[in-house]
Ligand binder design. Sequence first.
Ligand code: FEO
Length: 407
Amino acid sequence: MKKLKITEGIYMLTMNVEDILFEGMWELANGVTLNSYIVQGDKTAIIDGVIGWDGIPESLYKNLEELGVKPENIDYLIVNHMEPDHSGWISNFRKIKDDFTIICTDKAAKMVTSFYDEDKIRIVKEGDTLDLGQGKVLNFHPVPNVHWPDTMYTYEKSTKTLFSCDMFGAFGKMGEHCFDDELTTEEIDFFESEGIRYYSNVMATFSSSVKKAIEKAKTLEINTIAPGHGPVYRKNPKKIIDDYTRFTQYAEGAGKNELAILWGSMYGMTAKAVKYVETILQREGVKYTKLEMPLESESEMVATVFKSAGVIIAAPTYEYKLFPPVAAAINELGRKKITGKLAFRFGSYGWSGGAEKELSEIMERQKINWNLIESVEFEGAPKEEAFQKIETKVLELIEKMKDKVVE
Ligand code: FEO
């Protein structure tokens, strides 16, 4: 765990977590940080207490002591969001101190009680304030559904610091550099990429609420954005607001100038056509990423499709339906509400088709409204006629992608 001073009376504690599945399901290829913040006036508040993934908060207490904050002197626990990656230490803290108050929204209060059996709670609403003394005043601004219904921003008025919890966060562990002005060009690219992974895996389902939260952030005068995961933005907080604005567009079908090939093959017939498509993309100078299902990680699959302006679905018919690993992937993209993607599908069939029907059913059921170019299906191995049809459609996709690009 690292401890850093953000400004007078405001400190950050941050720790890297690796080798876990985030939310019990998302592989963290590059880890994640959990950030916690201390605001000191006459009274002391801790915003989103960080603990080890095992629920043991000793390192938090030790680091607080080294900052000169005795855990027993903490007056307020600000729970911006009840999800246990931000709140999991409450029960342990209650063992060493009894007279602290939890500050949270009404929705969080219900869960704080059901998860931790807590009832010393002050519920806050839009615009409520908490004066800590010595000029430190916290304002609370609910931003429901970023990521759970309980979430809120905490805003420190005198320093214009926004503690945004999950909002404006990113996956990716932090090295020595935790502030945006310290990051190297490589680290900036890394956190943008990990921001896309985080947003697509965790936040994309809630994009309409994220948009509202962006608008709310714009109503505040912000010097620093201090999220619950990832770097602190003190030089250019607008950068992460702009990134998040772009991510909401990716969730509605825009993307980077690149293409995702979401594919699977039973006995190599559809794979032959994928190889052919690669020669076209290379000839046309189109950047692409292959996602072979079911071998690819779900996290990577969702992130790559999410950020791409075009998608090629290459999958055969399997038992009268779409090849199940690819069908499962598209279902997952639907659950994440990744809508409006421009896509083209091709695939092989043996004794019967059916893949196309199931693809339509998934699109309909998930209401993701993808813009599908007419598919190409071929019996058995792809032959010259199929290759030609596929090439025509791939070129159509490349042309139409231009309207979807937002970098
Ligand atoms: Fe970082 Fe929704 O928890």
